[in-house]
Every structure is written in structure tokens, then in C-alpha cells.
Design a protein around this ligand. Structure first.
Ligand code: PMP
Length: 294
């Protein structure tokens, strides 16, 4: 079923309305000029993991694009919770999106109304579960993450996903599950919708997030590693270094922790560290398991 035909409700500019009534006009600035920012969250056992962090990032993404969402962080948190309760679902994906409306249709849109909508749907596993167990295969993308002087790379801006969709489609056309993108300097950056980690011996390595999203999942993995006394090195990583790494995984709200078996010519064997972090993350996000672990 197409996403515009699902059942349920959508929170739209302050009201909860039937799913099929949540429509916008074709002439809106968000569609034509990519003046849109969004979030991706997951609820586990009916509780949205790190909800306020996500809502704050949504506000910050909009601020970077020069617009203000007309609802406070508290109001948006509450809207997400209300919608979740109304939909009556426990384990779901949550997608808030803010965009500039239709009042003017040129590059300048200073006075266009800013809209906000929130949708919730079931998104069980971002990658094919069978592939996910063995580790997924990543292509190395041709497009690169842009220099922060070229694009607002800290914003979860819809426009930046053009590069991700191009890279993911090119990877899929070659039979890969996803792509690893380099940044404008040629350093390892991230996957098309997730951050990347490597394991070398007993330590974790991950690129410094200076031109891509410092994912909330990435930060959670670093917190878990710190608590367990696992050393984490955040630094520039050149693709040639992948030859010497033992394991790799990507992580993000949708992807959770997904082991990687191949990146271009480099191969990895998902091992103990990746498995331990997959389990620890699965426990961290679920209120009942988190309580049990504490
Ligand atoms: N990078 C990109 C390009 C993403 O789309 C995502 C998913 N939002 C991430 C990283 C990971 O972010 P998070 O862990 O906050 O979901």
C-alpha cells in the first residue's frame, strides 16, 4: 500500500486529522525549493526513545535553514505522544516534518507560513533481516558529503537527502544494500541514512561528525561504550585504512545497529563487539530492558 493510502491519523498544524486528509498543495516552497526539515524517531513499548533530543534537533535544523517552527519543543513532544496514543501502536517509527508553505513561490520565501506534520508508521527493520544478520554490503558512493561551506550539513534538511537517494539508488543498482559516502575531503563520512563505526582490536573508531549528522544513535553508542570502558576514537578516517579494521557497523534510528560485511573492496566479519553493541542498544531503547539493566 502506498504511504498516502494508509489508515490512521496524522498530526497536522496542531490538529489530529484522518491520514488521507493530510494533504498539501503542489505549489509549496518545501517541495519546489527543499525548504523542509524532518526527524526520524522510534518508539519502543510505546515510548519514543530520546524524544526531546530529536525535537530539539528538529528546531535546530529549521533554525539553520532560517525558519522557525511555530510550536515549542514541549508542544511537539506532546503532539508526538498524543499521536502515538491515538494510533495505539507500541513499536513504530515517528516522522515529524516542517516545511515552508505556499504564500510565495520564488527562491525568497521570507513570509511563507511554516507548517508541521507528524506521521507514525510501522517500520520493522530498515534492512532485510537475513542480510542484516550476516552483515550488509556497502558500495562506496561517488557523491560526497559537502563541505559545510557549501551546504548546511548540520541540518537534517530534506534537500541534503538528494545526495543520499542518488547514492543509495546507485548502490542498489549494483546489488548493494546501501552506500558509504566519503566527505568532500575524501574521508570516510557515513552511510545514506546512518552513521558508521569500525572495530580495531578492542577499540571503536568513528569519523568526527564535522560535515554530517552527529546521529543520536551514534551518540548513544558512544555513551554505551564509555560506560563499558570501551575506548572510542573519533577522528578522520581515510578509506585505505579500512583494510586494517576488524569489524564495521552502521547505526541510526531506522537502521538501529546493523553489522557491515563489505564496503567496496574491504571485507569485515561481524564479531563480538558488534554483537555486544547490538544487544546493548536493543536494551537501551526499550524501557523495560533499560530498567532491568540498571
Ligand atoms: N546520517 C544520516 C544521513 C541520517 O539520515 C541519519 C538518520 N537520521 C543518521 C546519520 C543517524 O541519525 P540518528 O541516529 O539521529 O537517527
Amino acid at each position: 500500500v502506498s504511504f498516502d493510502q494508509l489508515d490512521g491519523y496524522i498530526w497536522f498544524d496542531g490538529e489530529i486529522i484522518p491520514w488521507n486528509e493530510a494533504k498539501v498543495h503542489v505549489l509549496n516552497h518545501g517541495l519546489h525549493y527543499a525548504s523542509a526539515v524532518f526527524e526520524g524517531e522510534r518508539a519502543y513499548d510505546g515510548e519514543i526513545f530520546k524524544l526531546t533530543e530529536h525535537t530539539q534537533r528538529l528546531h535546530e535544523s529549521a533554525r539553520i535553514l532560517g525558519f522557525t517552527i511555530p510550536y515549542s519543543v514541549e508542544e511537539i513532544d506532546e503532539a508526538c505522544r498524543q499521536l502515538l496514543a491515538k494510533q495505539g501502536m507500541k513499536d513504530v517509527y515517528v516522522r515529524p516534518i516542517a516545511w515552508r508553505g505556499s504564500e510565495s513561490m520564488g527562491v525568497s520565501a521570507q513570509n511563507n507560513r511554516v507548517h508541521l506534520a507528524i506521521a507514525i508508521w510501522e517500520w520493522p527493520s530498515y534492512f532485510d533481516p537475513e542480510q542484516k544478520l550476516k552483515g550488509i554490503r556497502l558500495d562506496i558512493a561517488e557523491y560526497r558529503r559537502p563541505d559545510p561551506r557549501t551546504a548546511p550539513s548540520k541540518s537534517k534538511a530534506a534537500g541534503l537527502y538528494m545526495i543520499c537517494t542518488l547514492s543509495k539508488h546507485a548502490a542498489e543498482a549494483k546489488g548493494y544494500a546501501d552506500a558509504m559516502m566519503l566527505d568532500w575531503r575524501g574521508q570516510v563520512a557515513e552511510a545514506t541514512g546512518a552513521n558508521i563505526f569500525f572495530v580495531k582490536g578492542d577499540k571503536l573508531l568513528t569519523p568526527t561528525p564535522d560535515c554530517f549528522l552527529n546521529g543520536i544513535t551514534r551518540q548513544t553508542i558512544i555513551e554505551i561504550a564509555n560506560r563499558r570502558g570501551i575506548k572510542v576514537e573519533e577522528r578522520a578516517i581515510m578509506p585505505e585504512e579500512l583494510e586494517g579494521f576488524d569489524e564495521s557497523f552502521i547505526c541510526g534510528t531506522a537502521a538501529e545497529v546493523t553489522p557491515v560485511a563489505e564496503i567496496g573492496p574491504y571485507t569485515f566479519t561481524p564479531g563480538e563487539m558488534t554483537r555486544a553493541l547490538m544487544d546493548a542498544y536493543a536494551a537501551e531503547v526499550r524501557p523495560s530492558l533499560r530498567a532491568a539493566a540498571e
